[in-house]
Design a protein around this ligand. Structure first.
Ligand code: 9MR
Length: 374
């Protein structure tokens, strides 16, 4: 009798295990686990787990995180030598507690850098040597603090313009193009185990793409470590074409680095015009024209949006041998920076989860697609 019971128990255990392993994936990170990491940017509230509904979505669906703002230099080092790490520490802890790949964003960026970085005590622009020294201090302090814990860094962000020329930032003006290799060198010295990336937007523009490839090659020729190119992926309904985006993925991959989609969102709203007109009536009309779905997305637009996001994910999945991670720039539509860009007060729908924390239809589609393939 005992033996029979034992055999029955063993059979039950094996049966249950078989059911669990063959269970179809229900969430993004499980469905995509053999393809690439699927990540999200976290805002301050999410880092501190203030919003339990967002918290559930983050932990259930994603296996990679990046801080949307709190690791930028103006927050980490608001005054020379005075660092503020509370939020960043909590962010890294959050990732570790939930077994997530943690990316640091970003070490050197012309935007959201504190003014003191570029000026001396008298308010005059610092010398090249002084600025390099400040970069060294900042990068070394930040990267060393999270050595072995932050697995990859956006070392330099947005240094190149759409036509492929260098952005005329303070870093470029004072140091010249050398500020980039220098930043990679300091980051590598501080944590030789960390992956290092160059990150930029409009990454599919031919001129910019070619310039980024040249940059990757030149860093490699100098013997510096560069592991990947971050394609930010702030995309629209009708730009870029899938072919353009595929060509950029191929170009970066052919340069011998990983491709990471680092800040994905797809705006459902019309793109901005350059000249908004001088008179107020025109400006007001323009504002309304730019915010057409303040009371909800019409079904036809929602359908088109889901199809567009689905097409992009199909492209990513088909190129998963080149792509190491796809990160969304926020959890729900309500979190997105796009609601305030290029003017505040817009209502956009660019992310995978809606304002009620509900997965959009495309999420199921991605999961089903992989279920069939697996
Ligand atoms: O999403 C970020 C927003 O909350 C900040 O106000 C903004 C400041 O410039 O930065 C946004 O994130 C940017 C990212 O750090 C770099 N690529 C472009 C992103 C959108 O502007």
């Amino acid at each position: 009798m005992k033996t029979k019971l034992f055999l029955f128990g063993a059979y039950l255990l094996l049966f249950t295990q078989a059911c669990v392993t063959s269970k179809s994936p229900e969430v993004l990170k499980d469905a995509l686990k053999d393809k690439f990491l699927i990540g999200t940017a976290l805002n301050i509230g999410q880092i501190w787990e203030k919003d339990s509904l967002a918290d559930k979505v983050i932990k259930r669906q994603f296996d990679a995180i990046v801080a949307e703002n709190c690791m930028k230099s103006m927050y980490l080092q608001p005054k020379e030598g005075e660092f503020f790490f509370d939020d960043a520490d909590r962010f890294v802890e959050f990732g570790e507690q939930n077994n997530m790949f943690v990316t640091g964003h970003c070490l050197i960026w012309h935007s959201q850098a504190p003014d003191w970085f570029f000026t001396d005590d008298e308010g005059k622009e610092v010398s090249k040597e002084a600025l390099i020294e400040r970069m060294k201090d900042h990068i070394t302090t930040v990267v060393s603090r999270y050595k072995g814990r932050i697995k990859g860094w956006d070392v330099v962000n947005e240094a190149i313009l759409d036509d492929g020329s260098w952005r005329d930032s303070k870093f470029y003006k004072i140091i010249g193009e050398d500020f980039i290799p220098v930043a990679f060198e300091f980051a590598h010295a501080a944590d030789p185990g960390a992956e290092l990336y160059y990150n930029d937007y409009d990454e599919w523009h031919t001129g910019k793409c070619e310039a980024i490839v040249r940059l990757v090659n030149s860093l490699k020729e100098k013997g510096l470590r560069i592991d990947g190119v971050g394609m930010q992926g702030h995309l629209g309904m009708d730009y870029p074409s899938l072919d353009e985006y595929r060509a950029a993925i191929d170009a970066y991959s052919s340069a011998g680095v990983k491709v990471l989609v680092t800040e994905l969102d797809v705006s459902a709203l019309p793109s901005s015009r350059q000249n908004t007109g001088a008179n107020i009536a025109d400006t007001e009309a323009y504002r309304q024209e730019m915010n057409p779905y303040a009371n909800g997305l019409p079904d036809s637009v929602s359908f088109a949006w889901n199809r567009r996001m689905g097409d992009l994910f199909t492209l990513f999945i088909d190129n998963s041998d080149k792509i190491a991670r796809v990160t969304l720039w926020g959890v729900t539509d309500g979190d997105s920076w796009k609601n305030d860009f290029p003017m505040p007060g817009r209502t956009d729908y660019p992310l995978l989860f809606d304002r009620q924390y509900k997965a959009k239809p495309v999420v199921k589609e991605i999961i089903n697609k992989l279920r069939i393939k697996n």
